[in-house]
Design a protein around this ligand. Structure first.
Ligand code: NIG
Ligand code: FE
Length: 412
């Protein structure tokens, strides 16, 4: 199966295979070929270049992309896409004035989602979740990190992992699984948190690791959830099973989670709506990538991650949806790219770098995803006719997508 796309107005994010992350001032650079073609065979990008150098190639399908823009599909490095039900009633409570913390304190929030998930059969959970994944793919995302964290019992966390595994097997998108058992303290452990930690460290992590599904370990390092020493204990337990950290830090309070993540060689530290100078200094010491989640800031009306401070300090930045039922019930990366420009004051070039190559880096897959590169996976977005790629974030919430090719398959 081969596809040839010709007459592309702008082919974005064309990179040599040795680029796996872009940092600081380099994020302003988005390599482009104007009037271009791309040729893919099965699931692989084989050739591309300028139409002026184009020599006829035989292909099973030829797409004339006159006036259209082609770019690598989005890489969403932080999601909680596997969940059961929704939290629409809490949404209405928040509109009426309750805060995220107030809702959580009265048993709502993550515990609410955990209760519903525990009562949902594995097949039903899979059906609800794969539907979301397919919706995300149709919006141009080709690689998705998915966390557990709505199980909060050994059995329900393992159920989540098995569902993620099934999605990984059945979906065309690249799925990257993360174990987030330390997402909240279950009701029955409210007054004996150390017992839940023990359960995670001594039973859940070893059992989860034996399934060989999860690649990363996450902790919600936050006031009222897991403090610094508890987070460290979990990261150390995960490290014994080669689970590298990707952690929730600085969403509402700065506990020192960024430096802790860096110390434990985290692949990413995510959220950072609150940020201190020390956090930036810590990030300069390692290859840990910060990840901003503007959908969460938008939905909860909390501060946006100060992206300018991070990028202007020479650091890399990825952006992701945080798709989850409580703080960001949208998996639309197009909106995230627009928000990065409008609210985080990132340029369109920075936002597209953050949502493609750097998003792939934040999942540990940027050797195969996140750019138009010979040998990388054939994951592409073809837009409707546009004047320029800057129109993608500019005309926010418009549907700019004409079609999506994921793993070499033409989806829409
Ligand atoms: O990334 N902050 C922790 N976890 C999710 C929200 C979880 C929920 O409210 O269900 C987040 O925002
Ligand atoms: Fe999250």
């Amino acid at each position: 199966m081969s596809i040839l796309i010709t007459n592309i107005k702008q082919l974005l994010q064309v990179r040599k295979s040795n680029t796996t992350i872009v940092k600081g001032a380099d994020m302003k650079i988005l390599p482009i070929i104007e009037n271009a073609y791309v040729y893919i065979e099965n699931d692989t990008i084989i050739e591309y270049g300028s139409m002026t150098d184009f020599n006829e190639i035989e292909a099973d399908t030829v797409i004339d992309a006159t006036g259209k823009i082609v770019l690598p599909s989005w890489c969403d490095s932080h999601t909680h896409t596997v969940y059961a039900g929704d939290r629409t009633s809490e949404f209405v409570d928040r509109i009426k004035g309750l805060s995220y913390a107030e809702i959580a304190n009265r048993g709502g929030g993550i515990l609410n989602s955990a209760k519903v998930l525990q009562e949902t059969s594995e097949d039903d959970l899979f059906a609800q979740s794969i539907k979301r994944v397919n919706e995300i793919i149709a919006m141009g995302t080709g690689a998705i990190e998915i966390k557990t964290g709505y199980g909060l019992t050994v059995e329900a966390e393992l159920k989540m992992l098995r569902v993620i595994k099934r999605i990984k097997q059945e979906s065309l998108a690249k799925i990257v699984p993360t174990l987030l058992a330390a997402h909240a303290i279950p009701k029955e452990y409210q007054n004996k948190k150390e017992d839940y930690l023990k359960l995670i460290i001594e039973e859940l992590i070893p059992k989860a690791a034996s399934l060989k599904i999860a690649q990363y370990i996450d902790v919600f390092c936050e006031e009222g959830y897991f403090n610094l020493s508890e987070t460290e204990a979990i990261l150390e337990a995960g490290a014994k099973y080669n689970l590298r950290p990707k952690i929730h830090v600085n969403q509402f309070n700065v506990l020192g989670g960024v430096a802790l993540g860096v110390k434990h060689n985290a692949l990413s530290v995510d959220h950072l709506e609150e940020l201190e100078k020390e956090d930036i200094e810590a990030l300069k010491k390692n290859e840990t990538i910060p990840v901003a989640l503007p959908g969460c800031s938008y939905f909860l009306s909390i501060p946006y991650t100060p992206a300018r401070q991070l990028i202007d300090a020479g650091l890399p930045l990825a952006i992701a949806t945080d798709f989850n039922p409580g703080s960001s019930p949208s998996g639309n990366m197009n909106f995230i790219v627009a928000s990065a420009c409008i609210k985080l004051k990132m340029t369109p070039e920075e936002a597209i770098n953050a949502a493609t190559i750097n998003g792939a880096y934040a999942m540990g897959i940027s050797n195969m995803y996140g750019s138009i590169t010979r040998g990388k996976k054939a994951n592409l977005i073809i837009t409707k006719p546009l004047n320029d790629y800057t129109e993608i974030p500019y005309a926010f919430a418009h549907n700019h997508l004409d079609s999506v090719i994921i793993n070499g398959a033409h989806i829409i």
